[in-house]
Design a protein around this ligand. Structure first.
Ligand code: NOJ
Ligand code: CA
Length: 506
């Protein structure tokens, strides 16, 4: 394991646990399945895993609707399975970062059930955001849910509660000290169990503007929407300053990474630094379009903003909320080049399970297996995020491809994924899995220190790291003559030149 501030250069692998590996044959990924596959992750060469929510949950939003923050959902395992997983991960040299969901709980959380029972004006209701009807008898304001539809639901006694996401995800009232104390205690609970850090869900959303002002028709509904009275309020930072003190009070270099969709790299940088969080996801990189200029601009602005606070930048191409980047960029060739670009940049990189196999987005899921609330709340007009959450193919010739010993998986795996199983790609030196393994291995010995751009023709990005190693990516049509012998390329060279949509490390 790397030691001091390991997260500064770490490659962190996102585990969407329901879709990673099933240990008991019921078709749902779980803790023992994950533990059994840790040797695969060590061999891949990652430094840490980020585990999406595994807490007790009705699973209306894939576990981002937590009913008990201190227990493991029975479908996923139990606390001793969790402890065994952490011990095994640490033995493999892999750190464990867990998701924490502080903006909202499940409507089945005992606090919300108490709030419903206790009625208007009660201390129980004050843990959430309840309000009387607006002047027209409708919702208290015009806020919209990120998942579509109104952000308010009315309860039997006439009050409304706020849910920026699904109706089953009521927002906590972070102005209430009890809520703050509860989450500090939850952080300690998991830190005491040995986790190395937290990924903070909706880190930009916990504080709402005083008076909950209407937005007057401002477009809503997108996670990327940033200038609204419930996103990125200045007071949210006080919460993280307290959390950082807790993290730093533990031995062993614990960290936290924010999921924050904010207006600019400068706003994002405010979440990180010595007295706040260690990292924030850099979604501008994920959103960059496939051209040299767009990537260069994002790399420059991200580095400049992170530099202000002395923090490392982070890079991410895919996650469980976004269309897989192979599909977004339009080809496996581009996806492979993007991976080499990301892994050559200074800072830390987040991988999403399955990108190392080159998995595409799945579009043709049967309607009756879809689970994403986005699908339900849009009345089936938005297929949502299930297409990037299809379980991993591990081995064999037919679904569920070793994901489960049972007959099927919770989302069906396309029958034509037999060439993209871990088994098939391990055997193929030219596979995407082999590319990732080689890249992650090389990353330990090259590509260190700061970076500077090199002079390259239009359409080609080239940069050099402090140790003299270089990365080139050709987004243009003409082959680019490489200035040396590559150590690794994302695809074959053509007459010694780097062809379009290809990257090389020298
Ligand atoms: C962001 C998570 O990544 C997403 O999956 C979830 O639906 C929302 N936050 C709400 O918790
Ligand atoms: Ca299972």
């Amino acid at each position: 394991m790397q030691t001091a501030q390991w997260w500064r250069t770490a490659v962190i692998y996102e585990i969407y646990i329901r879709s990673f590996a099933d240990g008991n044959g019921d078709g749902i990924g779980d803790m023992t399945g994950l533990t059994s596959r840790l040797p695969y992750l060590r061999h891949l060469g990652i430094d840490a895993i980020w585990l999406t929510p595994f807490y007790r949950s009705p699973m209306r939003d894939g576990g981002y609707d937590v009913a008990d923050y201190r227990d493991v959902d029975p479908r996923v395992g139990n606390l001793s399975d969790f402890d065994a997983m952490v011990t095994a991960a640490h033995a493999e040299g892999i750190r464990v970062v867990v998701d924490i969901v502080p903006n909202h709980s499940s409507s089945e959380h005992p606090w919300f059930q108490d709030a419903l029972a206790a009625g208007p004006g009660s201390a129980e209701r004050d843990r959430y955001i309840f309000r009387p009807s607006g002047p027209d008898g409708g919702p208290p304001n015009d806020w919209q849910s990120v998942f579509g539809g109104a952000a308010w639901t009315q309860v039997a006694d006439g009050e409304w509660y706020l849910h920026l996401f699904d109706t089953s995800q009521p927002d906590f009232n972070w102005a209430n000290p009890e809520v703050r104390a509860e989450f500090e205690s939850i952080l300690r609970f998991w830190l005491d169990r040995g986790v190395d850090g937290f990924r903070i869900d909706v880190a930009h959303g916990m504080v709402k503007a005083e008076g909950l002002p209407s937005v007057g028709g401002a477009h809503t509904g997108l996670l990327e929407q940033t200038t609204l009275p419930y996103w990125d309020q200045d007071e949210v930072h006080e919460i993280y300053r307290n959390w950082r003190k807790i993290l730093d009070s533990y031995t062993g270099d614990r960290m936290a990474v924010a999921e924050a969709w904010v207006a600019s790299p400068e706003r994002l940088a405010r979440y990180i630094g010595p007295d706040e969080l260690n990292q924030a996801f850099n979604f501008d990189f994920l959103l960059a379009s496939w051209d040299a200029g767009s990537f260069r601009r994002v790399i420059d602005s991200s580095r400049a903003a992170a530099g202000i606070v002395g923090a490392p930048t982070t890079w991410v191409l895919s996650n469980h909320d976004k269309q897989r980047h192979r599909t977004r960029y339009g080809s496996l060739q581009r996806a492979r080049a993007a991976a080499l670009l990301m892994l050559a940049l200074p800072g830390s990189a987040y991988l999403y399970q399955g990108e190392e196999l080159g998995l595409p987005e799945v579009f043709d899921l049967p309607d009756d297996v879809r689970e994403d609330p986005v699908w339900f709340r849009s009345g089936g007009t938005d297929t949502g995020r299930d297409g990037c959450r299809v379980p991993l193919p591990w081995s064999g010739e037919a679904p569920p491809f070793g994901f489960s010993e049972g007959p099927s998986s919770w989302l069906p795996i396309p029958a034509d994924w037999s060439s993209m199983t871990v088994e098939a790609e391990t055997a193929d030196p030219d596979s995407t899995l082999s590319l990732y393994r080689t890249a992650l291995g090389l990353r330990r010995t090259m590509l260190t220190g700061d970076m500077r751009w090199l002079d390259t023709p239009d359409g080609v990005l080239g940069f050099e790291r402090a140790d003299g190693s270089r990365c080139f990516v050709n987004f243009g049509a003409e082959p680019f003559p490489l200035p040396g012998q590559p150590k690794l390329t994302s695809g074959p060279l053509v007459d010694g030149g780097l062809p379009t949509d290809t990257a090389a490390w020298l």
